[in-house]
Design a protein around this ligand. Structure first.
Ligand SMILES: [Zn+2]
Length: 54
């Protein structure tokens, strides 16, 4: 999967509102900063943890 924001390969794929979004590592960090007080971040965190375990 390709990153949603650039042409890099996505490091993780997260789901938001039932839409899968790929994020490379740098964009993942960016989104995490931006979303640090949103509920979505908790979802993303758990999905990222799962992805990194594999
Ligand atoms: Zn990216």
């Amino acid at each position: 999967m390709q990153c949603h924001y650039c042409e890099d390969d996505a490091a993780v794929a997260v789901e938001k509102d039932h839409v899968k979004v790929g994020l490379c590592e740098s964009h993942l960090r960016e989104r995490m900063d931006e979303l640090s007080d949103s509920e979505w971040l908790e979802d993303v965190r758990s999905q990222v943890d799962e992805a990194l375990d594999n």
